[in-house]
Design a protein around this ligand. Structure first.
Ligand code: MD3
Ligand code: FE
Length: 200
């Protein structure tokens, strides 16, 4: 299995074959039937272009009170369990003894993007974040652990798995854009990114 290393992010290219991507797509569809996508509104009142949901003990929420992990969907229901095929990816690549407590689901359509940010609402930075890409290609950008300076960009494709650990764990990163129509995996097109995290 081939991998690239970009700024200590290890990217497994084509980690999931087509059948595994289809199984994961269907598992995510089942989760979002129970926990429907919503569009988070930042504390400054701006709706994000990405739709989100989650599985596991915690999901990530943003509203007027700020950003935080919550044990329930905005509708009040607990998040569905993380599907076993997704947990298997964590076991294979995370090199972490702890189980993931959150599988964040980001859905990108059309011109959706995610600005440069750090993921630092988790308690244990010793555990990596594991990212699984499904559907259309997404242009991933990674910078430094402080704002500013040079960044590097790489297209992530359906079935790629990235492990964000070590020096990469607190790096600024984001998705500049997707390439609509580049994959046939998702019936409505677009890109889904799953991130597995230990939260507590
Ligand atoms: C680098 N998601 O959910 S995944 C996020 O494709 C997020 O939806 C993007 O950034 C997406 O927070 C990028 C790759 C990723 C995820 C977490 C990271 C890169 C990371 C945490 C630390 C450093
Ligand atoms: Fe992030």
């Amino acid at each position: 299995m081939t991998h690239l290393t970009v700024r200590s992010v290890k990217i497994w290219l084509g980690f999931l074959d087509r059948a595994a991507q289809e199984a994961m797509r269907d598992a995510v569809a089942d989760v979002v039937t129970q926990a429907p996508y919503f569009r988070p509104v930042t504390p400054r009142g701006k709706p994000m272009s990405v739709r989100m949901s989650a599985a596991g003990a915690f999901g990530w929420i943003t509203d007027a009170r700020g950003y935080r992990y919550e044990p329930a969907h905005p509708d009040g229901q607990p998040w569905p369990a993380i599907p076993p095929e997704i947990l298997n990816v964590w076991r294979a690549v995370s090199d972490c003894d702890r189980a993931p407590e959150c599988c964040l689901i980001n859905s990108y359509a059309g011109t959706a993007r995610m600005g440069l940010h750090q993921d630092k609402d988790e308690a244990d930075f010793g555990c990596p974040v594991v990212s699984i890409s499904l559907g259309d290609d997404g242009l991933f950008r990674i910078g430094n652990t402080t704002r500013g300076g040079k960044t590097e960009s790489i297209w992530l494709s359906s079935g790629d798995v990235a492990v964000l650990g070590g020096d990469a764990r607190l790096a600024y990163h984001g998705i500049d854009r997707i390439r609509p129509g580049s994959s046939t995996l998702l019936p409505e097109g677009g890109r889904i990114n799953l991130t597995l995290r230990v939260v507590t």
